[in-house]
Design a binder for this molecule. Structure first.
Ligand code: WQD
Length: 356
């Protein structure tokens, strides 16, 4: 049981945030969430409370706020003593970042700098940061190893790379800072209950939320971007990881940070080490859902890599963490979420109201 440790989770109402908050509560942590609900809804927090149960939900408080607003941060840090921060808050759509770079530099960079300066003021110097495999750019070889050269291929990726460098600089300047950077590969799936899941606003950028919306009839077909890649079936390969595995990776990183103060600033891949192609994923989802996913073979999407998947050795050895779920479970749980919540957290009625 965890002794009364309070954790601040920024962006805790989001896809990965909610799944991680639920696991933190189950591990006995006290959790404060700040989220501006820019890309999330408070209903997701209500679902977390429902799944955690009455007793554990007493250890969760939600604050509507923005990490770009220093007053919002001051209000929290002057009220609570945080033992560590898990920092999810930020925008994460590659395509959107190309169209609206200001939005990405403002949310991801400015917001993080306000958070870190407030943490320093209140002597809270243990941080788990939500990084991304996108910092590997178009990797020259695979699997991706944490000591590869890093490069960004989009404004979104550049913000993640700059924030990793910022974390390294903060630690170099003050060794009391202990920071773990978690590089997510492709998070998919949902909590086994079907009550939590990914619910992007607008047309999904990512593969699985798009497939999910085709399966429930919200979209007519899936555009498969690229069928001439040098891969067995011609479609691109990625390392998809169950969001519950990802949540457990955060718990492992947090426990390491709370147990020791000589961590420094270290990056870990959170992936499965397995590659799955787009067409293989379509087939797996059809099997899990019993639904036919119509596809249209399209040209490659600019900026996409042929194949990206993780070396998982470092996280296994140093975090004692390894992904447990495979593609079948990811598709099973993604379908349960989609079939029970075809319009995500918004009911169809409110969606119609939004559309009118
Ligand atoms: C996966 C594959 C597409 C949509 C990005 C970010 C990464 C992380 C996950 C935040 C690619 C193909 C997709 C579609 C398709 N985000 N695809 N039709 O680009 O690997 O990674 O999201 O951390 O940082 O870079 O994920 O799901 O967009 O694409 O064929 O409608 O599916 O071309 O091959 P990606 P993705």
């Amino acid at each position: 049981m965890t002794i009364e440790k309070r954790i601040l989770v920024t962006g805790g109402a989001g896809f990965i945030g909610t799944h991680t908050v639920l696991q933190l509560l189950k591990e006995g942590f006290i959790v404060t969430v700040i989220d501006n609900l820019d890309n999330a809804v408070e209903e997701a927090i209500l679902r977390v409370r429902e799944l955690a149960g009455d007793e554990l939900s007493q250890n969760l408080d939600f604050h509507l706020g923005d990490i770009r607003n220093k007053d919002d941060l001051e209000e929290l840090f002057s009220k609570y003593k945080f033992d560590a921060v898990i920092h999810f808050a930020g925008r994460k759509a590659v395509g959107e970042s190309v169209a609206y770079p200001f939005r990405y530099y403002d949310n991801n960079l400015i917001g993080s700098i306000h958070l870190y300066t407030t943490m320093e003021k209140y002597n809270c110097k243990k941080l788990v940061f939500s990084s991304s495999a996108t910092v590997y750019g178009q990797p020259e070889k695979i699997p991706c190893v944490e000591d590869f050269n890093l490069k960004a291929v989009s404004p979104y990726g550049r913000t993640k790379l700059i924030l990793e460098d910022l974390a390294r600089d903060i630690h170099s300047a003050d060794a009391e800072w202990n920071i773990i950077l978690l590089r997510y590969f492709n998070p998919i799936g949902a909590h086994e209950s079907g009550k939590l899941g990914e619910d992007p606003k607008g047309i999904p950028n990512n593969l699985m939320p798009y497939i999910q919306q085709v399966a429930v009839g919200r979209l007519p077909e899936l555009n498969v971007y690229g069928h001439d890649y040098p891969t067995p079936d011609g479609s691109a390969i990625r390392d998809y990881i169950h969001v519950m595995d990802l949540a457990d990776g955060h718990i492992a990183a947090l426990q390491k940070l709370l147990a020791r103060s000589d961590i420094g600033c270290i990056a870990y891949n959170l992936g499965t080490g397995c590659g799955t192609s787009v067409l293989e994923m379509v087939a797996a989802f059809e099997k899990a859902s019993g639904k036919k996913i119509p596809i249209k073979l399209c040209p490659r999407r600019p900026g996409d890599a042929t194949a990206v998947y993780a070396s998982t050795k470092k996280a296994e050895e140093e975090l004692g963490w390894k992904a447990k779920y495979g593609i079948e479970e990811m598709c099973r749980d993604q379908w349960k979420w989609a079939s029970q919540n075809p319009w995500g957290y918004q009911s169809k009625a409110s969606e119609d109201k939004l559309a009118s």
